[in-house]
Design a protein around this ligand. Sequence first.
Ligand code: PMP
Ligand code: GLN
Length: 390
Amino acid sequence: MASNPHLSSRLQGFGTTIFAEMSALAVKTGALNLGQGFPDTDGPPEVAEAAIAAIRNGHNQYPPLPGVADLRLAIAEHQQRFWDVRLDPNTEVLVTAGATEAIAATLLALCEAGDEVVVFDPTYDSYAAGIAMAGARIRPVVLTAQANGTFGFDPVQLREAFSPRTRLLLLNTPHNPSGKVFTDEELSLIGELCVEHDVIAVTDEVYEHLVFDGRHRLLSAYPGMAERTVTISSGGKTFSFTGWKVGWATGPADLIAAVRVAKQFLTFVNGAPFQPAIAVGLRLDDSYFSQFRRQLEQKRDLLCSKLGQAGFDVLTPQGTYFATVDIRRLGFSDGIQFCLGLPELAGVVAVPSAVFYQDRKDGAHFVRFCFAKNDAMLTEAGDRLITAFA
Ligand code: PMP
Ligand code: GLN
């Protein structure tokens, strides 16, 4: 992208997000959109009805800065029910405008200019921009494809990424775009290094209920981590209402208070009628959460099977709603060119994983497909890819 002279030096190099670009390409070409990660069906009707009732019942003015009290309570109850974490809803829970604002506010609140933030690369696209806006520097540790078809990292490289300038480690598990779910052993090492270097951890867990293989583990549960971890999630993915943008940050009161200072000058507050509705969602029976996971697991299996039949090397994800393929077996090497040509070639839109890497070469041959779509669309998209490539 050509640089824009109006952009500050902090934001030079950041263009339009790949999600907006690829969704626009899908609209322009009429191709099936497996690019941007959003579900094509709405979430539970009782959650939608709760938002409608909240609008009708006058929940339409600014909610309190830390979030509606009942939502904060529901978040604390959820963390206790699923992850055995006890939180004080008054001091240890902050409601935000999606996970995106929680991440940005945490980076802005906690980083000094020149501080380093360790991340696993590829990263969700707002991380590099958030770190840049905070005046900090990104220190990537690259995840590579392992022989068993999952992504992993070299512990030596992780150790070397920590320095006296490291302020934060920003972790995403389950991980977008790779679909990796960090293991007990990996989280133990990450926790040890954070304690050893007195580093604060920030974890993005928006796919916490979408783990198909293994289980979701919280970094805050590891020795010495509860007092140094800001845990972030949102209702977008779990309840299939990505446009509502109700997220949260939880953790020790002093860290949450710091994040709140930055958050109040970003949006102040958001989503008055959506906050009580997400509280209804968080209190749904266990069966909602297990059914949601099972449905997405079946979709994963459906799409991955089609991608395999089309001839791609498929890196079957353990979690999230994205599957990654290696395009080299089909004779391609540049995922960006591949994705730009895919609507014409196959009538499908996907996202080139290269854009999530700090050095695009590291992910040049990976392409990400979203499977949070109805089965007929996944089947049709899969069949189109099989016709085009197999
Ligand atoms: N983190 C990750 C890893 C994501 O995939 C997304 C997109 N849902 C977000 C954060 C943003 O979440 P929200 O829409 O709640 O801001
Ligand atoms: N999280 C979604 C993805 O990875 C998209 C979010 C967005 O469009 N900003 O595709």
